[in-house]
Design a protein around this ligand. Structure first.
Ligand code: NDP
Ligand code: GDR
Length: 334
């Protein structure tokens, strides 16, 4: 890390992780810059309200020159590439868009960083450290469990396939150009800021509404899939730790515990005092995916040993935190 104020550029700053990461970096004394896409992004105001000290730049992962401009304005020591089309179910209906942003967007960002270093950092490709937001969805149908950094990648969705491309491209830029490029293979991580399209937040929001008498029913797809769920606030710390290492590398970030969607629903309803929730949950076949990832559970031993990272928030605490936040938000009419 440089002796003057360190500077970071974050793509995906309007997303769940972007907000937590911006808060973490600001607390550590960084100057933080963020890339926001679109001419009138509805989430821009949220970033300006929650992290007003972040400098925002207009840019899109499909637009190389916008990324170069953001790099030139920010002159970052660290780039966190969190931007993506990130909703797995949506990726089947928008496979080409997902590929453009979530796959090719990584190459565009890597190439922008490489060109920026060549033009503005004395050709020092190590001058900018790069983090790629890889995903446990890359493991998909892999028969190995728990999954670790060398587990076979067998993605099951256009999103997963795109993440595999971004992951290998990040490794390739590290190996080809000596870039300080690291890839975090993060398992599902959630929070009260999680988008409502994802199952944890969909459940917490619906359970909160049902407990307040504002709704009666929650429609869900596959209740048997299992995920390794952690808290987003813990996971952004792992991203930062990766870029503080002398050597770039790839790390699995996970809790090592897995739970089904059924468990999630059960914990959420029990938290508001509803033990028998069967009358509230409806199965909707339209929510079943063309190909499912049945079970994910991560082995984060390497992150524990090398980064000294471990999760702080457990599954029940996470679900309770999300339900409580939604109850509070609904009570205040949010
Ligand atoms: P979100 O869906 O909350 O945020 C995605 C971000 O990407 C948003 O800021 C979005 O902007 C931005 N984005 C979308 N399209 C573009 C584009 N064309 N150009 C620039 N930015 C774009 O995701 P999370 O915060 O949950 O995840 C962050 C990253 O980590 C993503 O890459 C995700 O795939 C990955 N990941 C997430 C995991 C999780 O469990 N949360 C686990 C493993 C990986 P806008 O607000 O304008 O839509
Ligand atoms: P995932 O998260 O696909 O793991 O990707 P999501 O919460 O969307 O789905 C998890 C599991 O729940 C099942 N499911 C439902 N999912 C949603 N969204 N809505 C439903 O109604 C529903 N019913 C059952 C799904 O079938 C699935 O098995 C998330 C994203 O953040 C990715 O960007 C990230 O890379 C991975 O986590 C790790």
């Amino acid at each position: 890390m440089p002796s003057s104020q360190p500077t970071a550029l974050v793509t995906g700053i309007t997303g769940q992780d972007g907000l937590y990461l911006a808060e973490l970096l600001l607390a550590k004394g960084y100057a933080v810059h963020g890339v926001v896409r679109g001419q009138n992004n509805p989430r821009r105001g949220l970033v300006e309200r929650l992290v007003p000290d972040v400098h925002l730049h207009t840019g899109d992962l499909t637009d190389m020159s916008s990324l170069l401009r953001a790099l030139r304005a920010a002159r970052p020591d660290e780039v966190y590439n969190l931007g993506a089309v990130s909703y797995v179910a949506y990726s089947w209906d928008n496979a080409a868009l997902t590929t453009d942003v979530t796959a090719k967007g990584v190459l565009t960002m890597l190439e922008a960083v490489r060109l920026h270093c060549a033009d503005h950092r004395g050709d020092d490709l190590g001058a900018v450290r790069f983090y790629q937001a890889s995903s446990s969805e890359m493991f998909g149908a892999s028969p190995e469990s728990p999954q670790h950094e060398r587990t076979l990648l067998w993605p099951r969705s256009p999103y997963g396939v795109s993440k595999v491309f971004g992951h290998h491209m990040t490794i390739n830029y590290r190996e080809s150009y000596g870039m300080h490029a690291s890839s975090g293979i993060l398992f599902n991580h959630e929070s009260p800021r999680r988008g409502e399209e994802f199952v944890t937040r969909k459940v917490s929001r619906a359970v909160a509404a049902i407990s307040l008498g504002l709704a009666d029913e929650l429609a869900l797809g596959n209740l048997e899939a299992q995920r390794d769920w952690g808290f987003a606030g813990d996971y952004v710390e792992a991203m930062w730790l990766m870029l503080q290492q002398e050597e770039p590398d790839d790390y699995v970030i996970a809790t090592g515990e897995t739970h089904s969607i059924r468990d999630l629903v059960d914990v959420a309803f029990r938290h508001v005092g509803i033990d028998d929730w069967s009358g509230h949950v409806r199965h909707d076949p339209a929510l079943i995916r063309p190909a499912e990832v049945d079970r994910l559970v991560g082995d984060a031993s390497k992150a524990r040993e090398v980064l000294g990272w471990k999760p702080r928030v457990g599954f029940e605490e996470l679900v309770s935190m999300m339900v409580d936040a939604d109850v509070a938000a609904l009570r205040t009419g949010w």
